[in-house]
Design a protein around this ligand. Structure first.
Ligand SMILES: [Zn+2]
Length: 264
C-alpha cells in the first residue's frame, strides 16, 4: 500500500472516531477502530482516549500479532477482537467496535436482536447478527468471537456492545450503524407487539441478492450460490480477454453490478 493510501486511511480512522462519538455510540474511553493497511500492519485508535479527541498524531501502528510498531500512544486491549476478525477474514480490512445504546441493551439483556425484520437489512447484513456469549476480556473474548467471524459481518457482544467489520472502514461503520438502527427500531416496536419476522422464502431471495452483490460472508448459512448468469459470465470473460491483468472474479462482480443497474 502506498504512503498516500495509508495517509487517507489514517484520515478516515480519525473521521470515523469522531463520527462514533458524535453518534452517541460511545462514552468515556469506549470504542475502538482499526484498519489493516498491509498484511502485517494495522493502524488503530489509541487506548484510554475519548473518540471525540482522536487526532492523526494519536494513531498507533501494530503488526498482525498486535505488537506496537510505531506511535506515541498505546494500542487498546480489545485489539485481540480485531485480530480475531483479521485472522479469519482476509477480506476484512477494517473493524469497528462501540457501545451503541440500543444494540448494547439487547446484548446486556441477554436478548437476541430480532433480525431479520426489514428486507433491506438482509442484503446488508445477511440473515444473522448473532450475539457472542459473555466472557472475560482478552483471549477468552477472542475465542468466543472466532466461531462467528466467517459467518456474518456484525455481532452483538454480550455485555460489550457491538462489533462490525468490512472491506473498507466505511462499510464496517455502516454495518455498525445499521445494527444500532435495527436495535432501535426493534425496541420502538416492543410496545406495539414487537417486530414481525420476515417470511423464510423472502429471506432466501434476499440472501441470493446479497450473494449476487458480492456481500456474502465466506461461511454464511442459508445462502444458496446464485446461478451464474450467462450474460454476466460472457461479459466477464470478454473483459478478462482484453484486460488480462483484471481478476476474473473482479470482472464478474463488475459485470454483475452493471447488469443489475441495467435492470437485468
Ligand atoms: Zn467495548
Amino acid at each position: 500500500m502506498s504512503a498516500t493510501s495509508e495517509t487517507r486511511l489514517r484520515q478516515e480512522l480519525v473521521r470515523y472516531s469522531l463520527a462514533m462519538h458524535a453518534a452517541g455510540f460511545v462514552a468515556n474511553h469506549d470504542g475502538n477502530l482499526s484498519v489493516r493497511v498491509a498484511d502485517d500492519r494495522i493502524v488503530c485508535t489509541p487506548t484510554a482516549f475519548s473518540k471525540a479527541d482522536v487526532t492523526l498524531d494519536d494513531l498507533v501502528v501494530v503488526d498482525a500479532a498486535g505488537t506496537k510498531l510505531s506511535g506515541r500512544r498505546r494500542p487498546f486491549s480489545e485489539l485481540v477482537l480485531h485480530r480475531a476478525v483479521y485472522d479469519a477474514r482476509p477480506d476484512a480490512l477494517a473493524v469497528v467496535h462501540a457501545h451503541p445504546p440500543f444494540a448494547t441493551a439487547f446484548g446486556a439483556a441477554g436478548k437476541p436482536l430480532p433480525h431479520p425484520f426489514l428486507p433491506e437489512a438482509v442484503v446488508s447484513l445477511g440473515a444473522a447478527v448473532p450475539t457472542v456469549p459473555l466472557t472475560p476480556p482478552g483471549k477468552p473474548a477472542a475465542d468466543a468471537l472466532a466461531p462467528f467471524v466467517r459467518r456474518c459481518d456484525a455481532v452483538l457482544l454480550a455485555g460489550n456492545g457491538a462489533l462490525a467489520w468490512g472491506p473498507t472502514l466505511e462499510l464496517a461503520w455502516l454495518r455498525l450503524e445499521l445494527v444500532e438502527h435495527l436495535a432501535r427500531i426493534a425496541h420502538a416496536a416492543l410496545p406495539l407487539g414487537g417486530v414481525q419476522p420476515l417470511p423464510a422464502d423472502m429471506v432466501t431471495a434476499l440472501l441470493a441478492a446479497r450473494a449476487r452483490a458480492g456481500l456474502r460472508a465466506p461461511d454464511e448459512a442459508g445462502t444458496p450460490t446464485p446461478p451464474a448468469d450467462p450474460v454476466v459470465q460472457r461479459a466477464a470473460a470478454q473483459a478478462v480477454s482484453v484486460l488480462p491483468n483484471v481478476d476474473r472474479q473482479v470482472a464478474e462482480r463488475i459485470a454483475a453490478e452493471v447488469a443489475r443497474s441495467l435492470g437485468r
